[in-house]
Design a protein around this ligand. Structure first.
Ligand SMILES: [Zn+2]
Length: 156
């Protein structure tokens, strides 16, 4: 990733709040925080791809396409990350797959609510990513924002 200016704190906080709010709304609407069930209810197709979604040195774990709505989970990258995390004492039960699915569901939520989409309110493309992480953290009850995983995604 190329070096970039830090996000202004108010914009970052707005993004995190937007992600948490969307997670609370969906959990209340569907009565679950399970991203698989929420995807089913929202008619978002979830595909596990046994290929590489990245390009060059960029690792891609998942992506979202709006028409028709679908999330692709790139299993080799997710499995490799899970293997790397296995040595951590507070590893995630069930691996990181639900985090990546939840993250992409936030992008779907933004598609469904364009008037509230962060990319319309701000010009910084990092904000929806930050919000998607906060969404996954809230939905799954994670102790840390999943952006911490980005630092573990690169082999040492
Ligand atoms: Zn994203």
């Amino acid at each position: 990733m190329s070096p970039s200016l830090p996000l202004p704190a108010p914009a970052a906080e707005a993004a995190n709040a937007a992600g948490r709010t969307a997670a609370c709304e969906l959990r209340a609407r569907f009565g679950t925080g399970d991203p698989v069930e929420i995807a089913r209810q929202l008619d978002v197709k979830v595909e596990e791809v046994e290929g590489d979604g990245g390009f060059g040195t960029v690792v891609v774990f998942a992506d979202y396409m709006p028409r028709p709505p679908r999330v692709r989970l790139f299993m080799p990258a997710i499995t490799a990350l899970d293997r790397r995390l296995a040595g951590y004492p507070e590893r995630l039960v069930g691996g990181t797959r639900p985090i990546f699915l939840a993250h992409e569901l936030f992008h779907h939520w933004e598609e469904l609510h364009p008037e509230r989409a962060l990319r319309r309110l701000y010009r910084d493309r990092r904000l929806p990513e930050l919000a998607a992480g906060a969404f996954a953290q809230e939905l799954l009850g994670l102790r840390c924002h999943p952006e911490a995983l980005d630092r573990l995604a690169t082999p040492c």
